[in-house]
Design a protein around this ligand. Structure first.
Ligand code: B16
Ligand code: MG
Length: 221
């Protein structure tokens, strides 16, 4: 069978590492300092959503209006608390199967990119010892439109010199799945099927898929 060149693009938070718990703690501290709280279910809606949009949603839940300058201050304050927490991360916080899959992809010469909304991806990858796996990094510092816009993944494909239809995106957030579909890429959903409609495959974590299954996803399209 003719071998197709494929590339893999990974979301960070919720796919490779579980930084969602730190985002939640920092946002909760901010909301509490403003005199309100929000639920775990509301927190789910923040997954994959960029920092300023997350702040807008949280202020809306608290029924609080702030100027743009105040919002910048609040987002910076939350990020200071969040960075304090991720600075203490280690390789033990990499989600099950992630490092092994990255290793196997690399061994087979399959190109790997990061496609994350986070502006802190460099620090997280460094702290968890994952940086060396990536041929390209696209994150919140290098895109102008956030997920569900496909920009983050299309940039990744371009940097890996791979056509979008040969790329597989790994995502835990609905906004990210929509972005990957809009980019005409195959999508592996990490999490629960009911939260991630439109995916080609659903797994609990990255130990749930082999490189052969990923190649078949593209070759059998
Ligand atoms: P930061 P991902 C996203 O990462 C998170 O899921 C989301 O909760 C967060 O608000 C966003 O990054 C921005 O993060 O404040 O560090 O720039 O899932 O796209 O890897
Ligand atoms: Mg995510």
């Amino acid at each position: 069978m003719k071998h197709t060149t494929i590339a893999c693009i990974f979301d960070l938070d919720g796919v490779l590492v579980d930084t969602a718990v730190y985002h939640y703690q920092a946002w909760k501290k901010l909301a509490n300092s403003l005199g309100f709280d929000f639920s775990h279910a509301q927190n789910e809606q923040l997954k994959g959503v960029n920092r300023m949009r997350s702040l807008d949603m949280i202020l809306n839940w608290g029924g609080i209006a702030k100027s743009d300058a105040e919002k910048e201050e609040l987002a910076t304050l939350k990020n200071t608390w969040y960075v304090d927490m991720i600075n203490k991360m280690s390789a033990s916080e990499v989600l099950p199967g992630s490092a092994a899959l990255l290793q196997q992809l690399k061994a087979q010469g399959i190109k790997i990119a990061l496609g994350s909304a986070s502006k802190n991806s460099g620090l997280i990858l460094e702290r968890t010892n994952l940086t060396h796996f990536f041929d390209a990094i696209v994150d919140g510092n290098s895109v102008t439109s956030s997920k569900p816009d496909p920009e983050v993944f299309l940039k990744g494909a371009e940097l890996l010199s791979t056509p979008p239809e040969n790329c597989i995106v790994f995502e835990d957030a609905s906004a990210g799945v929509q972005a990957a579909l809009a980019a005409n890429m195959s999508v592996v959903g990490v999490g629960e099927a009911e939260n991630l409609p439109g995916t080609d495959l659903i797994i609990k974590d990255l130990s749930g898929v082999t490189v052969e299954e990923l190649i078949a996803l593209i070759e059998e399209k």
